[in-house]
Design a protein around this ligand. Sequence first.
Ligand SMILES: NC(=O)c1ccc[n+]([C@@H]2O[C@H](COP(=O)([O-])OP(=O)(O)OC[C@H]3O[C@@H](n4cnc5c(N)ncnc54)[C@H](O)[C@@H]3O)[C@@H](O)[C@H]2O)c1
Ligand SMILES: O=CCC[C@H](NC(=O)CCC(=O)O)C(=O)O
Length: 489
Amino acid sequence: MTALFINGQWLTGEGSEFKSVNPANGETVWSGEAASPEQVNTAVAAARQASTDWALLGFEARTEIVRRYGKLLEEHKEELAVTIAAETGKPLWETRTEAGAMMGKIEISVKAYNERTGSRSSDMAGAKAVLRHKPHGVVAVFGPYNFPGHLPNGHIVPALLAGNTVVLKPSELTPHVAHKMVELWEKAGLPAGVLNLVQGEKETGIALANHSDLDGLFFTGSSRTGHLLHEQFAGHPGKILALEMGGNNPLIVDEVSDIKAAVHETIQSAYITSGQRCTCARRMFVPAGEWGDNFLTQLQQAISKIKVGGQFDDEAPFMGSMISEAAADGMVAAQANLIELGATSLMSLEKLQPGTGLVSPGLIDVTAIADALPDDEYFGPMLQVIRYTDFDDAIRQANNTQYGLSAGLFSDSEERFNYFYDRIRAGIVNWNKQLTGAASSAPFGGVGASGNHRASAYYAADYCAYPVAGIEADSLALPATLSPGLTLD
Ligand SMILES: NC(=O)c1ccc[n+]([C@@H]2O[C@H](COP(=O)([O-])OP(=O)(O)OC[C@H]3O[C@@H](n4cnc5c(N)ncnc54)[C@H](O)[C@@H]3O)[C@@H](O)[C@H]2O)c1
Ligand SMILES: O=CCC[C@H](NC(=O)CCC(=O)O)C(=O)O
């Protein structure tokens, strides 16, 4: 299998063999060889070689190629959705929306380039104040498995538009999606070396991230890996590092009038993508007392009816498989650990079929251990419930996390929302809406251990180019008056 794309050529990797599997049935989807460290070097060298011409090509010509890629995405939308579903276990209806988001990214990124970066000029005495932007040069893009198309695409499209060249290292769990995506870029007529693909596991990632000739690295993945990269980039202030990482996201529920809607938004917050979205609600604060009891009863009824199943089942499931059996085992172990610490299971997260990542959605009451709760991101369909009596204390607990990605409030009171908004610490703050499903037309990123203040989505343009400010005049001219103490005669 020619797994790598370097300098416009598909090549066989010289590293060790690895494969991806359909997590809903264990069948192999893709197998190939990883890039060797020498091939990673070749990929970075190819990107460097292509860098000047790509930058000099100009924004309009680059946009033309990027739009051609967008058209190809449209033509291959279904094929891409099927590939994503096969490799991730996500239901086909959901991967169709991922392919749609990839298409939408093109025009949003063109607009963002012009609005956030681009060029401007204004008059000043005897000259013009000019602002332009330049690309960084060669950047590495690292992607996660949960949105193997949309999220790397969300770095690649703005990076290329701005004039950077790219080396992509996708998740080792989703190499096939990356392969398909790069094939479309090739078909769109991207010049050789402008986008390079190195496949492989952690070692390939380490070789790429350590490369001395990178000008930047755009990462979406776990907080653990992001922190390692941050340490690695310490002492290199000249290199740009954008980190989009995980969260331990809180959702506070007030005594709202429409319980059914609150139940629906909770399910969309916690269980969509089998809980494998960075924005998923992980901790839910529910009022103690009768209203809260009633809400939880209705929530449990609705959760018990969530259909879990294969991504291609005729009767579409809401939740597909988790990414792997190992990830499912990890969630079962996390739940057992919370129970051992003193939590009470309301609905048990259980493996549904050995050898797969299929699990049932879990709900667990952690009120008894609220102040000793591990501040971990449990990246799966398990929502922790904390009963509260005091709204301020719920906000305090919601903020009691190293992370700060998304947070939300369900409340009929705008005043309450404003109070919550002023006190909550997160990059995404929603009111009466699910925590997931962020728009690409807005910035996307978190604070604390969730990011490094380089928001993605609409603001990705910001980390893809640096500003150059200039004062310009067509010709040299003496000023009307010279500074005191100067004589030119
Ligand atoms: N904030 C966001 O925008 C966002 C979006 C999606 C996912 N996520 C987060 O991503 C995580 C799930 O994705 P994942 O498990 O694929 O993440 P991950 O950190 O395990 O892997 C991400 C990428 O980094 C590579 N990698 C792993 N270890 C490395 C190392 N030591 N050096 C260099 N590269 C290395 C992987 O091979 C992969 O390509 C969750 O924590 C989720 O919250 C965040
Ligand atoms: O898993 C993390 C991403 C979740 C997703 N966010 C986006 O799609 C952000 C928009 C963008 O990057 O264009 C969500 O909020 O569901």
